[in-house]
Ligand binder design. Structure first.
Ligand code: PMP
Length: 308
């Protein structure tokens, strides 16, 4: 996926704001049980504009960070409120007035695994959301990866552990080598799982279908948000159930959803075009609504936003 991310001048590290290029640790640090979060703050009122920023779904993201820490045996020496303040400070230090991606990273220190490094780097990025955004409608050819999604008795797919992303990177490299824009994993049972860094939703006969958490997916904050808004706010029925590979090929529409990928429509899978129209009408409706929700234009979903 060709998403333009630009690193910011300042980040927060172990209690202070520093220049991002000074956020250095020893090459001897172990990294195999480190964890992270991926969070976005969007411009209020119009995601394609500049202005005040609100963090989307801070609480579920930070709750998941604490769950990931528990799974990997990491103790976070700050409160959730302190981490929010650190994030706000980072945003202020950089003077941001455009959409940003925030990625708190935590890893155990060499020789003292009960102590951790915590850094909060931030990037600006270009959204695919927003009415008539040409990036939204770009063609995206996906393949079913020959790599299976990590099984939950091998690594914890429900946690945001860096170790899981070796699996994603292999699938992404394979896709790029073969000329595709991205990959979809099957789980170890052979059912559709997720993308390399996003969940998948399909549309069939006007119904949105997405795999369950037990299909080796990350417990996605965006997916959970859509599971509320798609039926409750848009009146579109949603089913959470296993999806077969054949069903995926036969779907009318499919899109990836997640913090990074936002709503990214898929044109074809294994060179088989999906549906009659691209992007599909349902995908477009959901994306427009999501753009409004993250921008604070949906009154009943404003509670999902945290001011910065
Ligand atoms: N699956 C994977 C493997 C991911 O890395 C992500 C991005 N965090 C997602 C799904 C989507 O999760 P979220 O909506 O919480 O960003």
């Amino acid at each position: 996926m060709s998403v333009a991310f630009h690193g910011a001048k300042f980040c927060w590290m172990n209690g202070e704001i520093i220049e991002t290029e000074r956020a250095l640790v020893s090459a001897m640090e172990p990294i195999h049980l480190s964890i992270f979060e991926g969070i976005k703050a969007y411009v209020e009122n119009d995601v394609t504009n500049r202005g005040r920023l609100n963090i989307f779904q801070w609480k579920p993201h930070v709750d998941r960070l604490w769950r990931s820490a528990a799974v990997c045996g990491i103790k976070i020496p700050y409160t959730k409120e302190e981490l929010l303040e650190a994030t706000r400070k980072t945003i202020r230090a950089n003077g941001f007035n455009m959409n940003i991606y925030i990625q708190p990273r935590i890893w155990p220190r060499a020789g003292a695994p009960e102590e951790v490094h915590i850094v909060i780097p931030v990037w600006t990025f270009e959204t695919v959301l927003g009415k008539d955004n040409p990036r939204f409608s770009e063609e995206r050819k996906f393949m079913i990866s020959t790599w299976r999604r990590i099984a939950s008795d091998a690594l914890p797919p429900q946690a945001k552990a860096w170790a899981n992303y070796g699996n994603s990177a292999l699938a992404m490299r394979e896709a790029e080598r073969l000329g595709y824009d991205g990959a979809i994993f099957l789980d170890n049972r052979g059912f559709v799982s997720e993308g390399t860094g996003a969940c998948i939703m399909t549309v069939r006969n006007g119904k949105v279908i997405t795999p369950p958490v037990t299909a080796s997916i990350l417990e996605s904050v965006t997916r959970e948000s859509h599971l509320k808004t798609i039926p409750e706010d848009l009146g579109i029925p949603v089913e959470v159930r296993d999806i077969t590979r054949v069903e995926l090929y036969a779907s009318d529409e499919a899109f990836l959803c997640g913090t990074g990928w936002e709503i990214t429509p898929i044109t074809s899978i294994d060179d088989l075009p999906l549906g009659k129209e691209y992007p599909g009408v349902t995908t477009k409706r959901i994306a427009e609504y999501y753009a409004d929700a993250v921008a604070g234009k949906v009154e009943k979903r404003k509670e999902w936003l945290t001011s910065t």
